[in-house]
Ligand binder design. Sequence first.
Ligand SMILES: C[S@@+](CC[C@H](N)C(=O)[O-])C[C@H]1O[C@@H](n2cnc3c(N)ncnc32)[C@H](O)[C@@H]1O
Length: 371
Amino acid sequence: MGSNAQNPQDEALSSANEERLQYLAEATRVRHIYKSGVPLFTKEKMRDLGKQMAAIKTTGKPGIIYTADLQGNTMECSINEGDGPQPYMIYRGIFQLLDKNPEISGSRLLPILVLDGEYPPERFSKHLSVEKLVAQLYDAKAQWESGPECPELRALISKTEFPHVRKIVGFGCGSLSEDSKFSNRPPMFQHTFMLTLRDILQQKQGVTVQAFAQDPAYNVRHKDALSAVGIKAVDDPDGWLEVDDETIVFTVFPTVPVRQIIADIARPAAMIWRRVERLQRYSSSFLDEASPRVKAMVRDHYTEVDFTKVVNVKLPGSPDTFFDDITTLYVRKEYQRRWKPRDRGLRPKSAQDKPSDGGSRPLFLTDITDL
Ligand SMILES: C[S@@+](CC[C@H](N)C(=O)[O-])C[C@H]1O[C@@H](n2cnc3c(N)ncnc32)[C@H](O)[C@@H]1O
C-alpha cells in the first residue's frame, strides 16, 4: 500500500519548486507590463499617496493607505504604529521588482510601497545647531568655489546651450549630520554645488532659478539650514512633483531609483547624474541602476556634455571626490521640450493587453531587450 506522506526532503523540494514557479509567473507578468510601456511611477500616484500619508500623519492615528498595483487592482498598506505613525514611501525599480530574493517583500506589481516606521534611521544622531550647519555649508561653498573645478563648471555652463531652466531639484544629496552613516562632507559639497549652479544659471538666463532638495534623511535642523542658504528642502514625494521640463535634476549615489522614476515622469531640461553606459548589468545592491527606459531616454532625448573636469573635484584635505566620478551632464535636445507622459502612450494598461506596435508604439518598446 502506498502512502501520500512525503519525506521532508521531497517536501522541501516541492515547496522550492512552487516558489520558483510562482516567481517565474510573477516576473513574466511584470516584464510584460513593463515592456508594454506602462510607467512604474506616475506623478498622479505619488501625489495621491503623499496626500494619504499626510492625512494619516495629521490624525496621528493608525490607518490604511490605498493604492493600485500595475494591473489596476486596489491594494492596502496598513499604517499601524499607534504612537505617531510615520508612513514613508519605498520605490522599487524594475530590477528590484524582478529580483528573486528582494530585500523588501510585497507584491511585485507594486513599484511604490508605503511602509510604517520612522525614516530616517538617524533619529538618535547628534544634532548640529542650525547656525553650525549654515556655517559649514557656507564654508563648503567657499572652498569649492575657490578651487580649480568651479571655473570649469562656469565655463561649461556658459558655453552649453540649455533649454530654459527655472528649477534645480537635488535627490538624495544626503544627511547633514556629522555622525551620519555616511560622512557629511560630500552632502555639504553637493548641496552647495546646487547653489553655485543656480547662481551661474541665473546670471546666464537673467531669471530666478529655484533650488529644491529631497532626502528623507533631513531632520528639521537640516531643513532650516538649507532654507537659510537658499535651498528649499521638500518631503517625499514633493521633489518628484517639482520636476518638469524646465528643471535640472541632480543626484549622486541615491538609494532610490531616481533615474528610473524620472524616466517615467518627465523629460527635464538636464540631468547631472551617473553616466548610463557604465553599469550594464543589474546588481541588487545598487538601487539607481539604469533601466532600459533610462538608457532609451538618454539616448533619444539627450546630449551628453563632457563633465570630467568638474567631477574630479577633490574634497579639500581628502583623496575622495564629492561626486561619483562618472557623474555626467545630460542636456535635453530642445525639440523634445514639451514632452508629456500621455503623449507617448504611457497609460496604464491591463496586463492582458498585447504590446501595441506601429505608429502608436509606446516610447520604450524598442529598447527593452535586456530584461
Ligand atoms: C548613499 S547616500 C548618498 C548621499 C550623498 N549623495 C553622497 O554622495 O554621500 C543615499 C541617499 O539617498 C537618500 N534617499 C533615500 N530615499 C530617498 C528618496 N525617496 N528621496 C530622496 N532621497 C532618498 C538617502 O536618505 C541617502 O541620504
